[in-house]
Design a protein. Sequence first.
Lengths: 112, 153
Amino acid sequence: MTQPADPNLLKGNLELILLEILEDAAMYGLEIIGEAQSRTAGYFDFKEGSLYPALHRLESQGLLRAEFRDSSTGGARRKYYQLTEKGQRALKQKREAWQRFAAAMNTLRGTP
Amino acid sequence: VNRELETYLRRATRGLWGKKRLEVREELTQHVLEKAHGHEVGGLQREAAIARALTELGDPRAIRSGMIGVHTMPKLFRNTAALGLFAAISLTALNSSRAQIEVVLPNANLDALSANPITNSKFATYLLSFESIKQNLEGLGIVVDSTAKAPVG
């Protein structure tokens, strides 16, 4: 398993990470955490409690839409989040900003 | 509901109100129970499984703080008029729906209070019934005790 990411880096980029994960499919909290871990080989290891306020903030900003759905396993209802059109646009902007930042960092240390 | 889970949920949602509080409770409950189920499959007893799931979810005060930042504070700021009122006057609890309180404030948007200013210059005087103040404060989630007491402040 990869060494987990610096928590401050994760915190500073949490919104971009969540938008990336939710780009293709609606997911609920635990599923998002699992997806982040599996797609990054454990590098993105969220503090679970930080996830929900971030999801609610994105929802209140209109970047995510949420709805409760019955569980397929018969348990409690799950709250699923998915990107809105505004969220798609925000993801594109944040992704470009991140790429410019990463490129600038590489330039700074002399790596093309 | 498991007592430890109930205590956690109460701490995590303190300060939230109404439907939003219920939704956050339901979402966190689902998270904990599903996570606990995984721990049970792994061999833990039910109580221990829930306890571990709660530990992994983290400090409920952090969730509370984050949720209040999203749901409660913006609403409070949107209602600046009511907040200004709350800060500007010493509220004497009046047990009468016909009682009125005279408030002199700089001209501000007091639409939320449905008050008609008597003057409309730099400062305006508003006559507000206790009931209208009570309704607006309760709309912000503030509990108003309307029994007669000594003046505050």
